[in-house]
Design a protein around this ligand. Structure first.
Ligand code: ATP
Length: 323
């Protein structure tokens, strides 16, 4: 009888869910006037990020208002994506604090990331990541992404620009807001041309590349497996310090990726295991790509193998690596 009672309670709660949901949406609604904005941290294509203050230091992404409208993403989509965002709590994901949801002031408020993005480290500062450090970073990305996927959230824009490194800790940003912040791009494009932002293409899985059409980005077939493909590119950047297909024009990249041609790893100085991870993430068929829990366990075995070769580490560590 106790079980029947709790089932009954759960059913009643289910029927109240829409009301509760709209109530809790209000909890995340931050009145724009409560935010204090200071300097601009950076401008993306669809919003400007400010350093701000709201009960402490925050980052405020103010969406360009022309992004929302009749011929673009409706306000409901924005609210839906905010609802998704607020379900996330993980060490390796930026902390969502709330949103301003009254047009024309639409903003996402998150914790302020310290440190620099992986993009800045790798491509601007040309910092070198040792294999061990790359593995530690990749493990944390896999942990954060595994959590997102377990909650049914697809990132859709995983890239080194959206991954911060704070004293060795990975913080992933910009997840789940792709429709709002990115999709208007397709609609704003003029004529039949397809505008492809620099540095975006090499994160797109073959099935996405094949689906690219002018004005059709709303219908791109994003999936957990397309996030894994993007992770493969991040892994490559960490190891090689550059983007795959470096220096090649977009048309050449589209042609190759769409047909299953991968960046050659012949000149890459890395162990077989490390290259295998890349090849698996970049598999042409989405069903052949590993999921993040599997990637994590593969990555967790890598540094231990390295430790086994290092005389400075206790023997019991190297033994456990082989077990
Ligand atoms: P795009 O939007 O075109 O993909 P982007 O990722 O550079 O490009 P935004 O996400 O709008 O653009 O970010 C603009 C800038 O703000 C970037 O330099 C980014 O690193 C920074 N930024 C974004 N979120 C935060 C945050 N939570 N804390 C600190 N800086 C942030």
């Amino acid at each position: 009888p106790q079980r029947a009672d709790s089932l009954d309670r759960a059913n009643k709660q289910d029927s109240r869910w829409p009301r509760q949901n709209s109530l809790s949406m209000k909890e995340w609604d931050i009145p724009y006037d409560e935010l204090k904005l200071s300097e601009v941290i950076g401008k993306g294509r669809f919003g400007t990020v400010y350093r701000g203050s709201w009960h402490g230091a925050v980052a405020v992404k103010l969406l360009h208002v022309h992004s929302l409208g009749d011929d673009c993403v409706p306000l409901d989509t924005f609210k839906h994506e905010v609802a998704t965002f607020r379900k996330t709590r993980h060490e390796n994901l930026v902390l969502f604090m709330g949103a301003c949801m009254k047009p024309p002031r639409l903003a996402i408020v998150t914790s302020l990331c310290k440190g620099m993005t992986l993009y800045t480290h790798i491509h601007l500062r040309k910092d070198k990541f040792t294999a061990n450090k790359s593995v530690l970073v990749a493990q944390q990305i896999s942990q954060g992404m595994g959590y997102l996927h377990a909650r049914g959230i697809i990132h859709k824009d995983l890239k080194t620009k959206n991954i911060f490194l704070e004293n060795g800790k990975v913080v992933i940003t910009d997840f789940g807001l792709f429709s709002v912040t990115k999709l208007c791009f397709g609609n704003n494009a003029r004529g039949d041309s397809l505008g492809i932002p620099a540095g975006w293409l090499c994160y797109l899985a073959p099935e996405l590349v094949r689906a690219l059409r002018p004005h059709a980005s709303l219908h791109l077939p994003f999936s957990k497996a397309t996030d894994v493909y993007a992770f493969g590119t991040v892994w490559y950047e960490l190891l090689c310090g550059e983007f795959p297909f470096k220096g090649q024009p977009p048309e050449a990249i589209i042609w190759q990726v769409g047909r299953g041609v991968k960046q050659s790893l012949a000149n890459m100085q890395a162990s077989r295991d490390i290259k295998d991870i890349l090849m698996l993430c970049w598999a042409y068929r989405s069903s052949e790509r590993p999921d993040f829990p599997r990637l994590l366990s593969t990555l967790q075995k890598l540094p231990r193998k390295r430790l086994a070769r290092s005389p400075s580490h206790p023997v019991h560590l190297s033994r456990s690596a082989d077990s």
